[in-house]
Design a protein around this ligand. Structure first.
Ligand code: SAM
Ligand code: DTB
Ligand code: SF4
Length: 364
């Protein structure tokens, strides 16, 4: 059995990425079969529990308040709304609900308490619960764990070098620190990134070096193709080619052999044949539901038809790890340790982010 390595170099990863395609597919598919059932795909449903108005300047993101995008913002959803959506997701074959909030970081208080209640509620529906809420401290990660959180999503997004070209309001090291805080609990780590932001292939390899060096490696890794949204600094990026997506998935599979590799944003641009190639190359998870957070995603029925056509089966919840126990609500005043996190704010100038912000000022 291939072993998990934490010492991949950028050059080695680039060599894998540039291997002739048939050979690359064969190697990735072989490793895939050693660690996973190739006919099973884990299905997650995304739920944007708090949409838009985010203070960060992430160049790809339609939810950043400073850009002028055409999305509908929303305050934090109620626990009942979330429960209803989770039940719908369960009945359509999802084993996991991933709740996303347009926050820079989690702040202790009534909104976080409400999210903890959402986590308890979904865990009690016997579904895997994932959250992506921005940066978290160790104490906050522990409280999410006690509520019954299964996974925390926090993407590295790109290589450390290219990250600086996309985001200036927080640093790559903050991302690593949050992942480290989650790792100190029994919540699994979901971390990946985006391709098609104008990065070089070296940056894709650099991101995979950073992910593969994590010990343990993330339990799941989303590979997103940029959805270029009008008004964001990256609005003019061309869609990534399917060949880049397949190579990225295959390379990720080889360097993260035990990880669930999730074919994430960008599937509406992909044909079934293209997606089938990604599954063959080792992708074994998708986001289902007609919406990602704010942008479109294939319809659930279309995905189920594709699964039937390809003979794929949705993975049952808690196949990889037992269900976490939910500890009942505790007064958050007692739980919060008054931590004062020191998240960075590099605030260096990214020209295209500045331009998009200026344009938005004119339009607003
Ligand atoms: N605010 C939190 C954070 O940034 O960690 C959580 C939500 S954020 C929207 C989650 C992830 O979605 C980002 O890290 C990024 O990888 C992905 N994402 C956001 N906008 C995207 C886009 N336009 N295309 C592809 N992926 C995107
Ligand atoms: C991830 O890696 N991709 C998802 C999830 N984690 C939170 C989000 C994709 C968002 C795409 C743009 C949008 O719909 O707003
Ligand atoms: Fe905010 Fe997350 Fe979007 Fe960045 S990616 S602007 S932190 S919601």
């Amino acid at each position: 059995m291939s072993t998990v390595r934490h010492d991949w170099t950028k050059e080695q990863i680039l060599d894998i990425y540039n291997t002739p395609l048939m050979e690359l597919l064969y190697q990735a598919a072989t490793i895939h079969r050693l660690h996973h059932d190739p006919n099973t795909v884990q299905v997650s449903t995304l739920l944007s529990i708090k949409t838009g108005g985010c203070p960060e300047d992430c160049g790809y993101c339609p939810q950043a308040a400073r850009y002028h995008t055409n999305i509908e913002g929303n305050d934090l959803m109620s626990v009942q709304q979330v429960k209803a959506q989770a039940l719908r997701a369960k009945s359509s074959g999802s084993s996991r609900v991933c709740m996303g909030a347009a926050w820079r970081n989690v702040k202790d208080g009534p909104e976080f308490d409400q999210v903890l209640e959402m986590v308890r509620t979904i865990n009690k529906l016997d579904m895997e619960v994932c959250c992506t809420l921005g940066m978290v401290t160790e104490n906050q990660a522990q409280r999410l764990a006690e509520a019954g959180l299964y996974a925390y999503n926090h993407n590295l997004d790109s290589s450390e070098e290219y990250y600086k070209e996309v985001i200036s309001t927080r640093g790559f090291e903050d991302r690593l620190e949050t992942i480290d805080n989650v790792r100190k609990t029994n919540v699994t780590v979901c971390s990946g990134g985006i391709i098609g932001m104008g990065e070089k292939i070296e940056d894709r390899a650099g991101m995979l070096v950073a992910l593969s060096t994590l010990d343990p490696q993330p339990e799941s890794t989303p590979i997103n193709a940029l959805v270029a949204v009008e008004g964001t600094p990256l609005e003019d990026q061309h869609p990534v080619s399917i060949w880049d997506m397949v190579r990225m998935v295959a390379t990720t599979r080889i360097v993260l052999p035990e990880t669930q590799v999730r074919l994430s944003a960008g599937r509406t641009q992909m044909t079934r044949e293209g997606q089938a190639m990604c599954f063959f190359a080792g992708a074994n998870s998708i986001f289902a539901g007609d919406k990602l957070l704010t942008t479109p995603n294939p319809d659930v029925n279309e995905d189920m038809e594709m699964f039937k056509l390809l003979g794929l089966n949705p993975q049952k919840p808690f196949t990889k790890k037992t269900q976490p126990q939910t500890v009942e609500a505790v007064d958050s005043e007692l739980q919060s340790l008054g931590e004062k996190p020191k998240w960075t704010r590099p605030e260096h100038k990214i020209e295209r982010n500045e331009d998009a912000k200026q344009k938005a000022k004119v339009l607003k």
